[in-house]
Design a binder for this molecule. Sequence first.
Ligand SMILES: NC(=O)c1ccc[n+]([C@@H]2O[C@H](COP(=O)([O-])OP(=O)(O)OC[C@H]3O[C@@H](n4cnc5c(N)ncnc54)[C@H](OP(=O)(O)O)[C@@H]3O)[C@@H](O)[C@H]2O)c1
Length: 252
Amino acid sequence: MASDPFADHARRDFMRIAGSGLAVLAVAARPDTVMAQTAGSPLKIGMVGAGREGGALGALFAKAGHPVMFSSRHPEQLKDLVASVGPLAQAGTVAQAVAFGDVVVIGIPYGAVEEIGKAHAGALAKKVLVIDVSNPIARRDGEDLVKWVGEQGGAGLVTAKWLPGAPIVRAFNAIGSRRLAEIAHRPGEPVGVPIAGDDQKAIAVAQRLIREIGFEPVLVGGLAMGRHLVPGTPLGGEHTPAEIRQIAGSLR
Ligand SMILES: NC(=O)c1ccc[n+]([C@@H]2O[C@H](COP(=O)([O-])OP(=O)(O)OC[C@H]3O[C@@H](n4cnc5c(N)ncnc54)[C@H](OP(=O)(O)O)[C@@H]3O)[C@@H](O)[C@H]2O)c1
C-alpha cells in the first residue's frame, strides 16, 4: 500500500517531538487522533483580515485546493483579490468568514483581535483550528498595548485570553507577505515555519496545511512560546527547519 505523505510527516513529527520532550503528552496519549486529522480533504478557510499577509496566505491556501473566504469590514473592496486568486476564493464580512471556515486565520492589527473575540469567541471555539498570524507592533498598535501584551506573557497567551476556548496555533507571524509566494515550495529544503500551540488536534491540522502550501512546520512549544513568534526576534524571518529547532532550543 502506498504511504500517505501527511501521515508519514505526522509520524516523523510525533517521534521527533516526543523525543524532544516538548509539551506533547496529549499527543503521546492519542497519536491516532493526530493521524486522523492529517488525512485530508479540502478544508474551508475563513480569512479574518485580507490585507498583505491575509491576502497572500489565503492565495496559497486556495492554490493548494482549499476554498477560501476573504473578509473585510468592506467586502466589496476585495473584488480584485478574489478575482486574482480564482474560483476557490470568495469575499464576505468578518462574520461570514468566521461562519464559513473549518479553519479561521486571523491576520489583522493585534489590537483588533480583542474585538474579534468579543464578537466571535463562541464560534471560534468550535473551529478545528484558529491560526493567529497577528503581531503586536508598537508603531501600529501603540506602545501601551505592546507593553501590556509583554506583561501578560506575550502574544500567544493574550490571543488565548481574547479568544477563550479557541484552538489557536500561532504561525507565519514573521515571514513577510511579499516573500510567501516566492519561497513556498522552494526547491530543496523547505522554509521552516515555527508554530506554537497547546491544542494537539489543531497543531496537526496546522502542520498539514503548512506542508500543503509549501513550508515545513516546526512546533516550538505551547502558546507561551508564541511570544517568540513575532518579527525582530531570533525566530523571526526565514530559517530552515533545523535552524528553527536550534534557535527554539536556546530560547526555552
Ligand atoms: N505584512 C506582513 O508581512 C506580515 C507578516 C506576518 C504577520 N503579519 C501580521 O498580520 C497582521 C496583518 O498585517 P497586514 O500587513 O496584512 O496588514 P494590512 O495589510 O494592513 O491588513 C490588515 C487587515 O486587517 C483588517 N482589519 C483591520 N482592523 C480590523 C478589525 N477591527 N476587524 C476586522 N478586520 C480588521 C483589514 O480589513 P478591512 O478591509 O476591514 O480594513 C485588513 O484586511 C498584523 O498583525 C501583522 O503584524 C504581517
